[in-house]
Design a protein around this ligand. Structure first.
Ligand SMILES: NC(=O)NC(NC(N)=O)C(=O)[O-]
Length: 426
Protein backbone atom coordinates (compact mmCIF):
# COMPACT_ATOMS: atom_id res chain seq x y z
CA UNK A 1 0.00 0.00 0.00
CA UNK A 2 2.79 2.41 1.03
CA UNK A 3 4.71 1.42 -2.13
CA UNK A 4 1.66 2.10 -4.29
CA UNK A 5 1.24 5.51 -2.69
CA UNK A 6 4.94 6.31 -3.29
CA UNK A 7 4.65 5.21 -6.95
CA UNK A 8 1.54 7.39 -7.47
CA UNK A 9 3.34 10.35 -5.90
CA UNK A 10 6.42 9.76 -8.10
CA UNK A 11 4.24 9.59 -11.23
CA UNK A 12 2.70 12.98 -10.36
CA UNK A 13 6.08 14.65 -9.82
CA UNK A 14 7.73 16.56 -12.66
CA UNK A 15 10.82 15.01 -14.24
CA UNK A 16 13.03 18.04 -13.51
CA UNK A 17 13.18 17.01 -9.83
CA UNK A 18 15.90 14.56 -10.92
CA UNK A 19 18.37 17.40 -11.52
CA UNK A 20 20.67 19.16 -9.04
CA UNK A 21 19.58 21.94 -6.66
CA UNK A 22 21.78 24.85 -7.79
CA UNK A 23 20.76 27.23 -4.98
CA UNK A 24 21.10 25.07 -1.88
CA UNK A 25 23.21 26.53 0.94
CA UNK A 26 25.51 23.49 0.85
CA UNK A 27 26.65 24.32 -2.70
CA UNK A 28 27.15 28.00 -1.81
CA UNK A 29 23.73 29.45 -2.64
CA UNK A 30 22.96 32.59 -0.63
CA UNK A 31 20.44 35.38 -0.32
CA UNK A 32 22.18 38.69 -0.99
CA UNK A 33 19.18 40.96 -0.52
CA UNK A 34 15.64 40.84 0.85
CA UNK A 35 13.18 43.71 1.09
CA UNK A 36 11.92 42.51 4.47
CA UNK A 37 12.53 39.58 6.84
CA UNK A 38 10.32 40.50 9.78
CA UNK A 39 9.13 37.06 10.87
CA UNK A 40 11.77 34.76 9.33
CA UNK A 41 14.96 35.22 7.26
CA UNK A 42 15.13 34.51 3.53
CA UNK A 43 18.26 32.36 4.09
CA UNK A 44 15.87 29.60 5.29
CA UNK A 45 14.71 29.21 1.67
CA UNK A 46 18.00 27.56 0.78
CA UNK A 47 18.32 25.08 3.66
CA UNK A 48 19.57 21.64 2.69
CA UNK A 49 16.96 19.10 1.54
CA UNK A 50 17.83 16.79 4.41
CA UNK A 51 16.43 19.51 6.71
CA UNK A 52 12.77 19.58 5.65
CA UNK A 53 10.65 22.50 6.90
CA UNK A 54 9.56 22.21 10.54
CA UNK A 55 6.62 23.60 12.46
CA UNK A 56 6.90 23.93 16.23
CA UNK A 57 3.55 24.96 17.68
CA UNK A 58 5.01 26.49 20.83
CA UNK A 59 7.90 28.39 19.17
CA UNK A 60 7.63 32.19 19.17
CA UNK A 61 10.27 34.92 18.80
CA UNK A 62 10.06 38.57 19.84
CA UNK A 63 8.81 39.26 16.27
CA UNK A 64 5.96 36.72 16.24
CA UNK A 65 5.45 33.05 15.43
CA UNK A 66 8.73 31.28 14.60
CA UNK A 67 8.52 30.02 11.03
CA UNK A 68 10.96 27.83 9.11
CA UNK A 69 11.07 29.77 5.83
CA UNK A 70 11.13 33.34 4.57
CA UNK A 71 8.28 35.43 5.98
CA UNK A 72 7.81 39.18 5.64
CA UNK A 73 5.55 41.39 7.70
CA UNK A 74 2.01 42.23 6.55
CA UNK A 75 2.73 45.06 4.11
CA UNK A 76 1.11 48.42 4.78
CA UNK A 77 3.06 50.38 2.13
CA UNK A 78 3.05 50.26 -1.71
CA UNK A 79 4.96 47.59 -3.59
CA UNK A 80 5.69 43.90 -2.99
CA UNK A 81 8.41 41.86 -1.27
CA UNK A 82 11.29 40.24 -3.11
CA UNK A 83 14.76 38.88 -2.56
CA UNK A 84 17.84 38.22 -4.66
CA UNK A 85 19.53 34.83 -4.55
CA UNK A 86 23.02 34.16 -5.79
CA UNK A 87 23.15 30.57 -7.08
CA UNK A 88 25.85 28.38 -5.56
CA UNK A 89 26.33 26.79 -8.97
CA UNK A 90 25.49 28.94 -12.02
CA UNK A 91 23.86 26.90 -14.76
CA UNK A 92 20.82 25.96 -16.78
CA UNK A 93 17.55 25.86 -14.86
CA UNK A 94 14.87 23.31 -15.73
CA UNK A 95 12.36 23.92 -12.95
CA UNK A 96 11.49 25.25 -9.49
CA UNK A 97 9.74 23.97 -6.41
CA UNK A 98 8.30 26.85 -4.39
CA UNK A 99 7.48 25.00 -1.16
CA UNK A 100 4.96 26.66 1.18
CA UNK A 101 5.06 23.96 3.92
CA UNK A 102 3.29 25.13 7.10
CA UNK A 103 2.48 28.60 5.70
CA UNK A 104 -1.29 28.43 5.97
CA UNK A 105 -2.99 31.75 6.50
CA UNK A 106 0.31 33.52 6.01
CA UNK A 107 1.59 32.06 2.73
CA UNK A 108 2.42 34.32 -0.16
CA UNK A 109 -0.57 34.14 -2.52
CA UNK A 110 1.39 34.89 -5.73
CA UNK A 111 4.98 34.48 -6.86
CA UNK A 112 7.16 35.23 -9.88
CA UNK A 113 10.83 34.44 -10.54
CA UNK A 114 13.28 36.39 -12.71
CA UNK A 115 16.74 35.33 -13.92
CA UNK A 116 19.97 37.28 -13.63
CA UNK A 117 22.81 36.29 -15.96
CA UNK A 118 25.71 38.32 -14.57
CA UNK A 119 29.33 38.07 -15.71
CA UNK A 120 30.70 39.55 -12.50
CA UNK A 121 29.14 38.60 -9.15
CA UNK A 122 28.08 41.62 -7.06
CA UNK A 123 30.57 42.36 -4.32
CA UNK A 124 28.08 43.32 -1.63
CA UNK A 125 25.73 41.51 0.68
CA UNK A 126 22.84 43.50 2.07
CA UNK A 127 21.09 42.48 5.23
CA UNK A 128 17.38 42.00 5.01
CA UNK A 129 15.32 44.62 6.71
CA UNK A 130 13.62 43.57 9.91
CA UNK A 131 12.24 46.94 10.87
CA UNK A 132 9.15 46.49 8.77
CA UNK A 133 9.87 49.61 6.76
CA UNK A 134 10.88 49.52 3.11
CA UNK A 135 14.53 48.76 2.35
CA UNK A 136 16.58 51.95 2.46
CA UNK A 137 17.14 54.03 -0.68
CA UNK A 138 20.85 53.20 -0.72
CA UNK A 139 20.13 49.46 -0.48
CA UNK A 140 17.64 49.66 -3.33
CA UNK A 141 20.05 51.75 -5.42
CA UNK A 142 22.79 49.12 -4.97
CA UNK A 143 20.42 46.36 -5.99
CA UNK A 144 19.09 48.39 -8.93
CA UNK A 145 22.62 48.38 -10.35
CA UNK A 146 22.24 44.63 -10.80
CA UNK A 147 19.38 45.35 -13.17
CA UNK A 148 17.00 43.05 -11.31
CA UNK A 149 13.92 45.03 -12.37
CA UNK A 150 14.55 44.15 -16.00
CA UNK A 151 15.71 40.56 -15.60
CA UNK A 152 13.85 38.06 -17.81
CA UNK A 153 10.93 36.26 -16.22
CA UNK A 154 11.34 32.49 -15.76
CA UNK A 155 8.05 32.12 -13.88
CA UNK A 156 5.31 34.68 -14.62
CA UNK A 157 3.13 35.91 -11.73
CA UNK A 158 1.50 32.66 -10.56
CA UNK A 159 -0.78 31.62 -7.76
CA UNK A 160 0.70 29.60 -4.88
CA UNK A 161 -1.09 26.88 -2.93
CA UNK A 162 -0.90 27.16 0.87
CA UNK A 163 1.37 24.89 2.90
CA UNK A 164 -0.92 21.97 3.79
CA UNK A 165 1.05 18.75 3.32
CA UNK A 166 -0.92 17.62 0.24
CA UNK A 167 -0.43 20.83 -1.77
CA UNK A 168 2.67 22.60 -0.44
CA UNK A 169 4.89 21.85 -3.48
CA UNK A 170 4.32 24.44 -6.20
CA UNK A 171 6.20 23.19 -9.27
CA UNK A 172 7.13 25.43 -12.19
CA UNK A 173 8.79 24.09 -15.34
CA UNK A 174 11.25 26.46 -17.01
CA UNK A 175 12.22 26.85 -20.65
CA UNK A 176 15.25 29.17 -20.66
CA UNK A 177 18.49 28.34 -22.43
CA UNK A 178 20.90 30.83 -20.83
CA UNK A 179 23.30 30.28 -17.94
CA UNK A 180 21.72 31.81 -14.84
CA UNK A 181 23.79 33.20 -11.95
CA UNK A 182 21.12 34.98 -9.84
CA UNK A 183 17.39 34.86 -9.19
CA UNK A 184 14.92 37.46 -8.07
CA UNK A 185 12.07 35.82 -6.16
CA UNK A 186 8.99 38.09 -5.95
CA UNK A 187 6.16 37.53 -3.44
CA UNK A 188 2.92 39.39 -4.16
CA UNK A 189 2.29 41.32 -2.07
CA UNK A 190 3.92 39.72 1.02
CA UNK A 191 3.78 36.54 3.13
CA UNK A 192 5.80 33.37 3.55
CA UNK A 193 7.51 30.60 1.56
CA UNK A 194 9.38 27.79 3.30
CA UNK A 195 11.87 26.60 0.67
CA UNK A 196 12.95 27.39 -2.89
CA UNK A 197 14.49 24.51 -4.85
CA UNK A 198 16.17 25.41 -8.12
CA UNK A 199 16.56 22.31 -10.31
CA UNK A 200 19.13 22.38 -13.08
CA UNK A 201 22.61 21.48 -14.29
CA UNK A 202 25.72 23.49 -13.44
CA UNK A 203 27.70 25.15 -16.21
CA UNK A 204 31.24 25.92 -15.24
CA UNK A 205 33.38 28.41 -17.11
CA UNK A 206 36.11 26.01 -18.25
CA UNK A 207 38.20 28.71 -19.97
CA UNK A 208 39.96 29.43 -16.68
CA UNK A 209 40.82 25.77 -16.01
CA UNK A 210 44.19 24.55 -17.21
CA UNK A 211 44.22 21.27 -19.12
CA UNK A 212 47.20 20.37 -16.90
CA UNK A 213 45.21 20.72 -13.69
CA UNK A 214 43.33 17.79 -12.11
CA UNK A 215 39.70 18.60 -11.28
CA UNK A 216 36.79 16.51 -10.06
CA UNK A 217 35.09 16.14 -13.44
CA UNK A 218 31.84 14.74 -12.04
CA UNK A 219 31.34 17.29 -9.22
CA UNK A 220 27.99 19.06 -9.20
CA UNK A 221 29.89 22.34 -8.98
CA UNK A 222 31.72 21.46 -12.19
CA UNK A 223 28.55 20.57 -14.10
CA UNK A 224 28.27 16.83 -13.40
CA UNK A 225 24.75 15.39 -13.49
CA UNK A 226 23.11 12.04 -12.76
CA UNK A 227 21.24 10.79 -15.85
CA UNK A 228 19.84 7.50 -14.61
CA UNK A 229 19.92 4.93 -11.83
CA UNK A 230 18.46 1.58 -10.91
CA UNK A 231 17.25 2.40 -7.40
CA UNK A 232 17.25 5.39 -5.04
CA UNK A 233 15.07 4.10 -2.22
CA UNK A 234 16.79 5.94 0.64
CA UNK A 235 18.98 8.52 -1.12
CA UNK A 236 19.39 9.90 -4.67
CA UNK A 237 22.69 9.13 -6.47
CA UNK A 238 23.15 12.85 -7.28
CA UNK A 239 24.04 13.31 -3.59
CA UNK A 240 27.36 11.56 -4.31
CA UNK A 241 28.58 14.49 -6.43
CA UNK A 242 27.70 17.09 -3.78
CA UNK A 243 30.02 19.46 -1.98
CA UNK A 244 32.52 18.31 0.69
CA UNK A 245 32.07 15.10 2.66
CA UNK A 246 28.56 13.81 3.37
CA UNK A 247 26.88 15.14 6.52
CA UNK A 248 25.07 11.85 7.17
CA UNK A 249 23.60 8.82 5.39
CA UNK A 250 20.78 10.90 3.88
CA UNK A 251 23.44 12.93 2.04
CA UNK A 252 24.56 9.91 0.00
CA UNK A 253 23.20 7.36 -2.48
CA UNK A 254 21.48 4.46 -0.73
CA UNK A 255 19.45 1.71 -2.36
CA UNK A 256 16.97 -0.69 -0.80
CA UNK A 257 18.19 -4.19 0.09
CA UNK A 258 17.96 -6.37 -3.03
CA UNK A 259 15.44 -9.16 -2.66
CA UNK A 260 17.37 -11.52 -4.95
CA UNK A 261 20.25 -12.02 -2.51
CA UNK A 262 20.95 -15.75 -2.16
CA UNK A 263 19.75 -17.28 1.12
CA UNK A 264 23.30 -18.52 1.81
CA UNK A 265 26.06 -16.09 0.78
CA UNK A 266 29.34 -17.15 -0.86
CA UNK A 267 32.53 -15.21 -1.68
CA UNK A 268 35.18 -15.73 -4.39
CA UNK A 269 38.98 -15.95 -3.88
CA UNK A 270 39.20 -12.13 -3.63
CA UNK A 271 36.58 -12.13 -0.87
CA UNK A 272 33.98 -10.54 -3.18
CA UNK A 273 30.39 -11.69 -2.60
CA UNK A 274 28.91 -13.83 -5.36
CA UNK A 275 25.48 -12.30 -5.99
CA UNK A 276 23.29 -12.25 -9.10
CA UNK A 277 22.23 -8.60 -8.97
CA UNK A 278 23.66 -5.13 -8.61
CA UNK A 279 22.62 -1.47 -8.59
CA UNK A 280 23.93 1.30 -10.84
CA UNK A 281 24.01 5.06 -11.37
CA UNK A 282 25.11 6.91 -14.53
CA UNK A 283 26.63 10.39 -14.61
CA UNK A 284 27.60 12.80 -17.35
CA UNK A 285 30.84 14.60 -16.50
CA UNK A 286 30.87 18.40 -16.40
CA UNK A 287 33.57 18.19 -19.08
CA UNK A 288 35.00 15.22 -20.98
CA UNK A 289 38.43 14.26 -19.73
CA UNK A 290 40.97 11.59 -18.83
CA UNK A 291 40.30 10.26 -15.33
CA UNK A 292 43.49 9.68 -13.34
CA UNK A 293 42.28 8.97 -9.81
CA UNK A 294 39.02 8.05 -8.11
CA UNK A 295 37.54 8.33 -4.64
CA UNK A 296 34.65 6.14 -3.48
CA UNK A 297 33.60 7.23 0.01
CA UNK A 298 31.35 4.99 2.14
CA UNK A 299 31.36 7.57 4.99
CA UNK A 300 28.44 6.90 7.41
CA UNK A 301 27.52 3.60 5.72
CA UNK A 302 28.62 1.13 8.37
CA UNK A 303 26.10 -1.74 8.37
CA UNK A 304 24.91 -1.00 4.85
CA UNK A 305 28.00 -0.32 2.70
CA UNK A 306 28.10 -2.20 -0.65
CA UNK A 307 30.24 -5.35 -0.70
CA UNK A 308 32.02 -4.22 -3.87
CA UNK A 309 31.98 -1.64 -6.64
CA UNK A 310 33.26 -1.21 -10.17
CA UNK A 311 33.22 1.76 -12.51
CA UNK A 312 32.71 1.82 -16.26
CA UNK A 313 33.09 4.76 -18.63
CA UNK A 314 32.50 5.76 -22.24
CA UNK A 315 32.46 8.73 -24.55
CA UNK A 316 29.09 9.69 -25.98
CA UNK A 317 27.79 12.35 -28.33
CA UNK A 318 24.51 14.01 -27.30
CA UNK A 319 22.71 11.84 -29.85
CA UNK A 320 24.23 8.69 -28.41
CA UNK A 321 23.40 9.89 -24.91
CA UNK A 322 19.74 10.33 -25.85
CA UNK A 323 19.71 6.81 -27.28
CA UNK A 324 21.33 5.41 -24.11
CA UNK A 325 18.73 7.09 -21.93
CA UNK A 326 16.00 5.55 -24.05
CA UNK A 327 17.56 2.08 -23.65
CA UNK A 328 18.15 2.55 -19.93
CA UNK A 329 21.91 2.70 -20.35
CA UNK A 330 22.34 -0.80 -21.68
CA UNK A 331 24.67 0.47 -24.42
CA UNK A 332 27.60 -1.74 -25.42
CA UNK A 333 30.00 1.22 -25.28
CA UNK A 334 30.84 0.86 -21.60
CA UNK A 335 34.44 -0.07 -20.84
CA UNK A 336 35.90 -0.91 -17.44
CA UNK A 337 37.59 2.08 -15.80
CA UNK A 338 37.97 0.57 -12.31
CA UNK A 339 37.79 -3.25 -12.00
CA UNK A 340 35.76 -4.76 -9.10
CA UNK A 341 36.96 -3.57 -5.70
CA UNK A 342 36.05 -4.92 -2.28
CA UNK A 343 34.69 -2.04 -0.16
CA UNK A 344 34.97 -1.26 3.55
CA UNK A 345 32.46 0.40 5.87
CA UNK A 346 32.65 4.14 6.62
CA UNK A 347 35.86 4.51 4.61
CA UNK A 348 37.38 6.75 1.94
CA UNK A 349 38.68 4.45 -0.83
CA UNK A 350 41.28 6.06 -3.07
CA UNK A 351 42.26 4.53 -6.40
CA UNK A 352 45.32 5.84 -8.22
CA UNK A 353 46.15 5.85 -11.94
CA UNK A 354 47.88 2.45 -11.63
CA UNK A 355 44.56 0.83 -10.68
CA UNK A 356 42.59 2.36 -13.57
CA UNK A 357 42.25 0.57 -16.88
CA UNK A 358 41.26 3.40 -19.27
CA UNK A 359 43.54 6.18 -20.41
CA UNK A 360 41.41 7.83 -23.07
CA UNK A 361 38.99 10.74 -22.59
CA UNK A 362 35.49 9.84 -21.44
CA UNK A 363 32.27 11.83 -21.03
CA UNK A 364 30.06 9.44 -18.99
CA UNK A 365 30.61 7.01 -16.12
CA UNK A 366 28.56 4.27 -14.51
CA UNK A 367 29.12 3.32 -10.88
CA UNK A 368 28.03 -0.24 -10.16
CA UNK A 369 27.63 -1.52 -6.60
CA UNK A 370 26.94 -5.12 -5.56
CA UNK A 371 24.64 -6.24 -4.27
CA UNK A 372 23.20 -2.95 -2.88
CA UNK A 373 23.89 -0.40 -0.12
CA UNK A 374 25.16 3.15 0.27
CA UNK A 375 27.98 5.33 -1.09
CA UNK A 376 28.30 8.89 0.18
CA UNK A 377 30.65 10.46 -2.37
CA UNK A 378 32.14 9.70 -5.79
CA UNK A 379 35.06 11.84 -6.98
CA UNK A 380 36.58 11.45 -10.44
CA UNK A 381 39.79 13.42 -10.66
CA UNK A 382 41.19 14.09 -14.09
CA UNK A 383 42.23 16.55 -16.76
CA UNK A 384 39.62 18.13 -18.99
CA UNK A 385 40.48 17.35 -22.60
CA UNK A 386 40.42 20.18 -25.15
CA UNK A 387 37.35 20.04 -27.34
CA UNK A 388 37.79 20.26 -31.07
CA UNK A 389 35.00 20.78 -33.58
CA UNK A 390 35.54 17.31 -35.01
CA UNK A 391 35.66 15.69 -31.58
CA UNK A 392 33.11 13.08 -30.65
CA UNK A 393 32.32 14.90 -27.43
CA UNK A 394 32.16 18.40 -28.90
CA UNK A 395 28.65 19.15 -27.75
CA UNK A 396 28.83 17.37 -24.39
CA UNK A 397 29.93 20.46 -22.54
CA UNK A 398 27.02 22.45 -23.87
CA UNK A 399 24.49 21.20 -21.40
CA UNK A 400 21.89 23.17 -23.27
CA UNK A 401 21.55 20.05 -25.39
CA UNK A 402 20.24 18.02 -22.50
CA UNK A 403 17.09 16.42 -23.76
CA UNK A 404 14.56 16.60 -20.99
CA UNK A 405 12.18 14.28 -22.76
CA UNK A 406 14.73 11.48 -22.85
CA UNK A 407 15.50 12.13 -19.21
CA UNK A 408 11.81 11.70 -18.42
CA UNK A 409 11.92 8.35 -20.19
CA UNK A 410 14.86 7.33 -18.04
CA UNK A 411 13.05 8.29 -14.88
CA UNK A 412 9.96 6.38 -15.94
CA UNK A 413 12.16 3.42 -16.77
CA UNK A 414 13.69 3.59 -13.33
CA UNK A 415 10.31 3.45 -11.65
CA UNK A 416 9.66 0.35 -13.67
CA UNK A 417 13.09 -0.93 -12.73
CA UNK A 418 12.19 -0.74 -9.07
CA UNK A 419 9.14 -2.89 -9.79
CA UNK A 420 11.13 -5.38 -11.87
CA UNK A 421 13.81 -5.45 -9.24
CA UNK A 422 11.41 -6.88 -6.68
CA UNK A 423 10.45 -9.88 -8.78
CA UNK A 424 13.10 -10.64 -11.40
CA UNK A 425 16.78 -11.49 -11.02
CA UNK A 426 19.18 -9.43 -13.12
N1 LIG B 1 0.23 33.47 13.53
C1 LIG B 1 0.99 33.97 12.55
O1 LIG B 1 1.66 33.22 11.89
N2 LIG B 1 0.97 35.33 12.30
C2 LIG B 1 1.81 36.08 11.48
N3 LIG B 1 3.03 35.42 11.17
C3 LIG B 1 3.94 35.09 12.17
N4 LIG B 1 5.02 34.40 11.81
O2 LIG B 1 3.77 35.40 13.32
C4 LIG B 1 1.08 36.62 10.27
O3 LIG B 1 -0.13 36.73 10.34
O4 LIG B 1 1.67 36.93 9.29
Amino acid sequence: MAERRAAARAAAEPDFLQFNDLACETVGGRVIFATNEWFAPAANLLKVKQEPPQFITSAFTEFGKWMDGWETRRKRIPGHDWCIIQLGVPGLIYGFDVDTSFFTGNHSPYVSIQAGCLDEPPTFTLDGDRTGMAASDSQLAAVAKLGSEVWPELVPVSELQPGYSDCCHNYFKVNFTHRVTHLRLNMYPDGGISRLRVYGVGQRDWSSVSTRQDVDLVALTNGGVCLGYSDAHFGHPRNMIGFGRAANMADGWETARRLDRPKELKVDQRGILQVPGWEWAVFRLGHPGVISSIEVDTNHFKGNFPDSCRIEACSLTPKEEAQCIRTRWESGKWQVLLPPQKLRPHHRHLYSEAELTLTRPVSHVRLIIAPDGGVSRLRLWGRPTPITASSDQSADTSLQTLNLQTHITACAANTEDVKVFNTVKK
